[in-house]
Design a protein around this ligand. Sequence first.
Ligand code: GCW
Length: 678
Amino acid sequence: AEDGYELWLRYAPAVVADPDSHGPGIAQLVAGSESPVQAATRRELLRGLQALSGVAPVGADTVTEDAALLVGTPASSSQIARLGLDLEGLGREGYRIRSAIVDGHATTVVAANDDIGVLYGAFHLLRLLQTGQPLADLDIREAPRLQVRVLNHWDDLDRYVERGYSGQSIWDWHRLPGWLDPRYTDYARANASIGINGAVLNNVNANADVLTPMYLEKVAAIAGVLRPYGMKVYLSARFSAPMQIGGLATADPVDPAVQAWWRAKADEIYSAIPDFGGFLVKANSEGQPGPQDYGRSHADGANMLADALAPHGGIVMWRAFVYSDEEPVDRARQAYNEFVPLDGRFRDNVLVQVKNGPIDFQPREPFHPLFGAMPRTPLMMEFQITKEYLGFSTHLAYTGPLYEEVLRADTHVQGPGSSVARVIDGSLHGHALTGIAGVANIGSDRNWSGSHFDQANWYAFGRLAWNPELSSRDIAVEWTRMTFSNDAAVVEPVVGMMMASREAVVDYTGALGLHHLMGRGHHYGPGPWVDGGPRADWTSVYFHRADRNGIGFDRTRRGSDAVSQYAAPVAGVFDDVAQTPEELLLWFHHVPWDHPMRSGRRLWDELVFRYDRGVDAVRDMRAAWSGLDGRIDAGRHAQVAAFLAIQQDEAQWWRDASVAYFQSISGMPLPAGAAPPP
Ligand code: GCW
């Protein structure tokens, strides 16, 4: 029975479209198995081709008949070498897929400079087959736009996953290194299939113990499973580790003993894991230790670790998600204020990792003002795949459009066309080191992500990490075809649901640029009334600032002036209430309740309209899904249907609670036609 374990790698025979219109199948497989990566590639192709067509292709050392598949590098295959394909500029990870005549036989060729490129090409080919694409006349050339494409697991060593909604951590530390759960291999296959090439195994709120010999042995065992799939392991490093596990009295980055401790630690790690990726660090943020504890800067801290890793080729990913202990004027401004003065002061092997928006993974935020503002520092993107603020794993919200919106946003720092994608791919400011991170939604649940549709967010992250210009709709189509069916009667409604889903969440949780309105602590249901407590910027009232006269956070030049952190053309738009896109209106402006909106409605009525629209959209998703009964296997259909019913109830909860609360402040009547309470 389908339970989602296979993810998008189901290789279901039913997904092979009409064989006549889609060219020949594959009769002969020519693929080496000398290196572990080659062996993994061959295994995957055999598995996929056999499952898709019902017959295993015949293995051979060279192409000797038509309908052959030849995979390898010029070094691993003399037939590939003789084809003389142009593989320049593809690097280690890029590949070509070509229809060719090899020694007189019609052949599909997957060729790359390195084994790992061949593996990625093999997965691409399997994707073509799974989505029913013809294998004739292929001429594909692919190389990743970003170098470091990693998952960030917020997994604790006791298997609790912070903001994880799909069971326990998949890392079974207790049984490692002796027991290598086959799940680790399937995890690596899934990641390799979308080009993810690394994983930070532990939470950024890090436990220093992961750097002790006992855990490093376990980490090395995981690295051994991931390596044949092109994935490196990284660890979150606790800045105070020299004190906690090293017995030092300080973790001051300029202290020679501290520096020596980290150098020795790096040497120790690399002796066990020669291709270790490096460290991710959350420092001086939400109570985590960091260099500022000693009056040093983020650059001092990052560089100290970078120097320890550099001899081994490792990198530091230093997070910019910081906000100081003092009550801020505007928390949205803090990361920029702390990091921009440090531009150009980081070592070459440091990436500064920036969340997509300036607050915290809200259903909608403007792009983070750091993108484009640190031209001398490579910045990497941090997206959240796990849906902390978008209904955990219960609500259906496809995050592809959110990622796409951010990547395509134009920073204007070098004139029009200075997209966020071009900041992080290094092309705007000429950086060689580039990267992107996604906070994983993976856990021990049978279906990995807690819900079937949340698998799509992992998938979309990987595809956009490979190529940030892809369309989230195209990705949704691909994913749907592989995950559910190639039948247009399934693909169209499912993709329709997915593409509407994120906007629905925005609407029923708080549209028009409202943000941070969730319940305290758990971040699940509504809590626009949240007030008081340890910090103003952990409340909701701090962010929406609603009063009798109006609502919204004035971040204009007349307010907190956060707008000035953007390049002039962008700042000008956000500073002007008439030009600010309505989706971000209340992010940047405090406006009266009767502010006229483009729809002709006044703001209050528009807000209520959006809350209703969000609930309606969930009802539509439910209807679309129930129309698929019988076209989708019963197990998966039933679970999605049940989750959509929960989502509808909770969308109504969000709407009713939020409208009632805001009405108590605005004192405005419900607009005519607003849905009555259920
Ligand atoms: O999103 C917030 C979360 C915290 C998280 C923090 C961060 C890992 O609520 O759980 O901690 O951000 O990104 O560091």
